[in-house]
Ligand binder design. Structure first.
Ligand code: ATP
Ligand code: MG
Length: 338
């Protein structure tokens, strides 16, 4: 890779040399500045191998979307096992293939998104390179960020130590705004920040919602699928009134849908009828073993098998979100719902 190649990549990202240096720093955990980028582009200095290797796989990812705004999207449902993490990981990857710069924050002490992306939460715990160190240790976000999926996007990982934040934050003033405050440092570098929430409505979820512009609610397509969603919507409404008036629901995502099961069909119709005219009900994600297999292999299903019908709903969801970023805010279909 020569200086012209590097400049072309930077220009495709629509960034100046400082912005490009900041993006690289976030991806590679380095401390480059504008003048280094300038020297690489002019040929005055050799491009470091790590930078060249990182930029090479992402070079074909020509941005198709130049978003007019950036968003923070929380993926939340206090019900466990509905597909929040699977959605967060696959959506983050799908957004990156559209040329968007993406940060995925693992906001769950279970560290499932971290494991799903091939990272070791035990090592992260020992090295103090998880979200806990940012929320409680005052460490900058930059110090924990890791590139994942060959540099397609960036992960802020978590480990079990994050569980302590839930109780420790209770004593903090304005304890719902800690993540929002810390995120301000890095948010401007990413088109989309995705936050994977834990399965409860505790302080970590409240922090995620207070830091977000949009919420996506995965709902398993099963009997009584929507149970618990009204409480989540009530919580979202309270956060909107008290600290974050710009928070909106992006939509409901039916997950683990088996089209052959009459019960799943009935549940899907029920979800669609209930939310019609109030918020988007997105295309259902089918039930498929591919998701658990890919997660076991430490990668998103949509990266492992991009042509599978099972992952199409995530590709569509990414396009719908990207299109939303190009709309003027008043055109948005995102809604208050509650
Ligand atoms: N569409 C799907 N088809 C089949 N299995 C799926 C699908 N989506 C997720 N799963 C599997 O279901 C389980 C729960 O999914 P996931 O971890 O994404 O849910 P979650 O809501 O994040 O759970 P938690 O509340 O514990 O954080 C995982 O084993 C995952 O591999
Ligand atoms: Mg999860």
């Amino acid at each position: 890779m020569n200086g012209d190649d590097l400049r072309a990549i930077r220009e495709r990202r629509g960034e100046d040399q400082q912005g490009f240096a900041s993006w690289l720093n976030g991806q590679l955990n380095r401390r480059y500045d504008r003048s280094r980028v300038s020297r690489w582009e002019s040929g005055a200095e050799r491009i470091p191998q790590q930078v060249a290797a990182f930029l090479k796989p992402s070079a074909p990812t020509v941005p198709q979307f130049r978003p007019q705004r950036r968003v923070v999207l929380a993926i939340a449902n206090q019900k466990g096992g509905v597909g929040k993490t699977t959605t967060a990981v696959n959506l983050a990857f799908a957004l990156s293939t559209l040329g968007l710069s993406v940060l995925l924050i693992d906001g769950d002490p279970q560290g499932n998104a971290t494991v799903h992306l091939g990272q070791d939460p035990g090592e992260i715990e020992v090295a103090r390179r998880g979200l806990y160190s940012v929320l409680r240790g005052g460490q900058p976000f930059d110090s924990i960020l890791v590139p994942v999926c060959g540099g397609a996007f960036t992960l802020a990982p978590s480990s079990i130590g994050l569980a302590a934040a839930e109780t420790e934050l209770v004593a903090e003033p304005d304890n719902s705004l800690v993540l929002k405050e810390m995120l301000a440092e890095v948010k401007g570098r990413y088109d989309v920040v995705v936050i994977d929430c834990p399965p409860n409505l505790g302080l970590l979820t409240i922090n995620a919602l207070a830091a977000s512009d949009l919420v996506l609610i995965p709902v398993q397509t099963e009997v009584f699928a929507g149970l618990g969603v009204p409480l989540l919507l009530e919580t979202i409404a309270k956060i909107r009134r008290r600290s974050n008036p710009s928070l909106n629901v992006f939509g409901i995502l039916p997950t683990m849908f088996s089209s052959r099961l009459t019960q799943d069909q009935a549940s899907l119709r029920e979800i669609q009828a209930h939310y019609e005219g109030r918020t988007r009900v997105l295309a259902a994600v089918p039930r498929a073993t591919l998701f658990a297999q890919a997660s076991g292999a430490g990668r998103p299903a949509i990266e492992a098998d991009p042509r599978s019908n099972s992952v199409r709903a995530y590709a569509d969801l990414a396009r719908e979100l990207a299109a939303h970023l190009q709309d003027a805010p008043q055109d948005s279909k995102a809604s208050h719902v509650a």
